[in-house]
Design a protein around this ligand. Structure first.
Ligand code: KG4
Ligand code: ZN
Length: 369
């Protein structure tokens, strides 16, 4: 992908609990600061009002430090990109208003971008081959999406979660097991000391679907799995609180494997359905080492897995700046009426699923180069 936008793009991300800014030029990252808010830990989840107020306190300093890292003055920025949704509305508004004021003050073009599409673009900062056509698995705290992308900006929905997102399931299970927030890294850490299979958990929506014509073939569901862990925990706990803490590593290992089995199975169904053996992973759950290893193994020997490094997998402004650079280069602009939209639709996403027998999106050849 040739960036094509002449100059430096400043990206701003404030959709949840990371205040982040980044500068990208010609597809390369020049400066990047992520300030995670740890004030939410004691509540076991993100508190929207606390998040918005923290963004407001931090954003000036985060941008100043980012520009310093990039070796730029404010007027050295040629374009601005900001996450306009989805996310927490109060948190999003801080970034959107900040970006609007900056763009207006310096008379620079600005573009509002979609947070989950930005997660896709994280990959293109690190690997030049992470471009369409591809199948994408986007797994974060709020979303679980399986997509086919014949081109940037053209996405076809293969599957999505019917209830909890994958990251949300990690967070809720961690909370039930008495682990900290966010739960994904805690579960992954516990799982390294445990053995999967000592407890048996379901692989939701893996069996029981009829084939690619049945939406259940590609969709996800994690709510029942979360309940299954809670019921097991209740049963173990009836033998005493210590009994549960002793079982946490094995429960974590089995839960992680149940989620990973489901994600890998559905992704490989997407690969089979589209014939596209290049897979992009994005979102916070993409940090999960077991998921990356299992997906890479499933795609071997002739497939490609592109997964962002840990810092670019969870929320960050580098991916926002990269997507904004791409959008600005194609002439797209947002006006000063840009608003934060907590349920912003994924741009270019066709919701009809590919039907069996006819390749999706006109069937462009889908083999890795
Ligand atoms: O993309 P992200 O930073 O924020 C959202 O857009 O939601 O994703 C955060 C999610 C949290 O649910 C967190 O528990 C999960 O990513 N996560 C992980 C791991 N690291 C973060 N899940 C599983 N394994 C991990 N290593
Ligand atoms: Zn995210």
């Amino acid at each position: 992908m040739s960036p094509g936008f002449p100059g430096a793009v400043l990206g701003i991300e404030t959709s949840c609990d990371e205040t982040s800014a980044a500068v990208v030029r010609d597809g390369r990252l020049l400066g990047h600061v992520i300030l995670s808010q740890d004030a939410h830990e004691r509540f076991g989840g993100v508190v929207p009002e606390i998040a918005a107020r923290a963004h407001l306190r931090q954003i000036d300093a985060v941008v100043t430090e980012t520009l310093r890292e990039a070796g730029l003055e404010a007027d050295g920025v040629d374009g601005v990109g900001v996450t306009a949704g989805p996310g927490l509305v109060g948190a999003l508004l801080v970034g959107v208003n900040w970006a609007k004021a900056f763009a207006y003050g310096l008379d620079r073009p600005m573009i509002g971008v979609h947070h989950m599409e930005a997660h896709l673009f994280a990959n293109s900062l690190e690997s030049p081959d992470a471009h369409p056509p591809f199948v994408a698995l986007l797994v974060s705290g709020g979303h679980t999406l399986l997509l086919h992308a014949p081109a940037w900006g053209r996405y076809r929905l293969l599957g999505q979660t019917r209830d909890d997102a994958a990251g949300e399931a990690f967070d809720k299970v961690a909370r039930r097991l008495g682990l900290g927030f966010p739960g994904g890294p805690e579960i992954a850490r516990q799982a390294t000391h445990g053995t999967p299979g000592r407890y048996r958990l379901p692989r939701p929506m893996v069996a029981g679907a009829d084939g690619p014509d049945d939406p259940a073939w590609f969709d996800f569901s994690f709510s029942g799995l979360k309940t299954a862990v809670a019921l097991l925990a209740d049963e173990i706990e009836s033998g005493g609180r210590d009994a549960l803490s002793g079982a946490v590593p094995d429960l974590a290992a089995e839960f992680q494997d149940a989620v990973v089995d489901t994600l890998v199975t559905k992704t490989m169904r997407g690969v089979e359905r589209t014939g596209c053996r290049r897979v992009l992973l994005g979102g916070g759950v993409a940090r999960n080492v077991r998921l990356r290893e299992r997906l890479a193994a499933a795609l071997a020997p002739d497939g490609e897995l592109h997964a962002p490094s840990p810092r670019l997998a969870t929320d960050n402004a580098a991916m926002v700046a990269r997507l904004a650079e791409h959008r600005l280069a194609s002439g797209e602009r947002s006006g000063l009426d840009l608003n934060a939209d907590p349920s912003l639709p994924f741009p270019g996403l066709a919701r009809e699923r590919p039907s069996t027998g006819s390749p999706p999106n006109g069937g462009a050849p889908c083999t890795p180069s």
